[in-house]
Design a protein around this ligand. Structure first.
Ligand SMILES: Nc1ncnc2c1ncn2[C@@H]1O[C@H](COP(=O)(O)OP(=O)(O)OP(=O)(O)O)[C@@H](O)[C@H]1O
Ligand SMILES: [Mg+2]
Length: 306
């Protein structure tokens, strides 16, 4: 945690130095939409199920009649398109290099959802500069006719991930019952609490690969209590997903498990999670205008840094 905190302070300092009032008012000409709900999926530890959750949640939302975009914001090791067996011609690399807009690289899938493909193997993108990152996030408004934008991030703390969390209406933290995953999930919750406590976003927890509801609830209760007690932060338990061989099976077939086996335990769990999110309306915090407000507030809110 010491290391993460140090890294974060550095990020926030750069953030503060890089954002001027002028750059904020530069967004004034853009018409904000007020529809898209932005859900960022993140984790402390890698490999705990972010991409599977993002893609399968998208399908569950689509089945509720929503227009959904999944954005693969893993800028170093993209994998949404791999999971869907697609090789889009253009990806975020072209957006960041300003050769394409996000709307231009948006691709429809055969599953009724659209994706924005991430960029694999470009480490310079994973570490893109402050200004480029902000340009890129503000480009998201070109997707504002979507009902739901699900952002699949890379694991852990980076300035990219923090910006995507700041941009979200709901930040979904995913962990497994493994102690290392729990510790790292708590680490990221702590960082979000330190940086964004005034943002009032809904922080939500999903326990993946659980043996059952009891085990998952035990993990969630512990984390929620610690977050409440030590960080004074409210975290909502969104639900769990069974450890289910259908997930690996679907990954190998490069199809979402909601498609391969819509009745498997994991699919039913994801449906419940999505129904819970859908019931929980976001009210005033919704929409792209609010997202910009949150972003800029977080960028210029020096008081939160220490
Ligand atoms: N509920 C589950 N049941 C069984 N296996 C699972 C489950 N969820 C994830 N897995 C396994 O974990 C692997 C990693 O999942 P996924 O790619 O979604 O994780 P990730 O958090 O996106 O990883 P990364 O940090 O590398 O982006 C899957 O390929 C699958 O084998
Ligand atoms: Mg992933």
């Amino acid at each position: 945690m010491e290391d993460q905190a140090e890294k974060l302070r550095e990020i926030m300092k750069r953030k503060k130095d890089g954002v001027s009032k002028n750059s904020l008012s530069g967004r004034a000409g853009v018409k904000p939409a007020d529809k898209a709900r932005i859900i960022t999926v993140t984790s402390g530890k890698g490999g705990v199920g972010k991409t599977n959750l993002s893609v399968n949640m998208a399908l569950a939302f689509a089945r509720l009649g929503k227009k959904v975009v999944v954005m693969d914001a893993d800028l170093g090791l993209a994998n949404v398109n791999v999971m869907l067996n697609m090789i889009p011609k253009y990806n975020l690399y072209h957006v960041i290099k300003k050769q394409k807009t996000i709307r231009e690289i948006l691709v429809e899938t055969e599953y009724g959802i659209s994706i924005v493909a991430g960029a694999s193997g470009f480490s310079q993108i994973a570490n893109m500069g402050e200004e480029d990152r902000r340009d890129f996030i503000s480009e998201l408004d070109t997707l504002s006719n979507a009902d739901i934008i699900i952002i699949d991030t890379s694991a852990g703390v980076s300035s990219n991930v923090l910006d995507f969390i700041a941009a979200a209406d709901d930040a979904v933290i995913i962990t497994t019952p493994e102690p290392t995953a729990i510790t790292d999930a708590y680490g990221i919750i702590k960082i979000i609490a330190t940086e964004y406590d005034s943002l009032n976003m809904g922080l939500k927890l999903v326990v993946n690969r659980a043996k059952g509801a009891g085990q998952a609830k035990g993990v969630a209760d512990r984390m929620i209590n610690i977050a409440g007690q030590f960080l004074n932060l409210k975290v909502d338990y969104l639900g769990f997903i069974y450890d289910d061989a259908s997930v690996q099976h679907a990954v190998l077939r490069q199809k979402p498990f909601m498609v391969v086996d819509p009745k498997c335990k994991a699919s039913i769990c994801v449906q419940h999670i999505v129904e819970r999110i859908d019931r929980n309306k976001i009210g005033e915090s919704a929409g792209f205008g609010a997202m910009l407000k949150r972003l800029f507030k977080s960028s210029s809110n020096e008081a939160n840094v220490n």
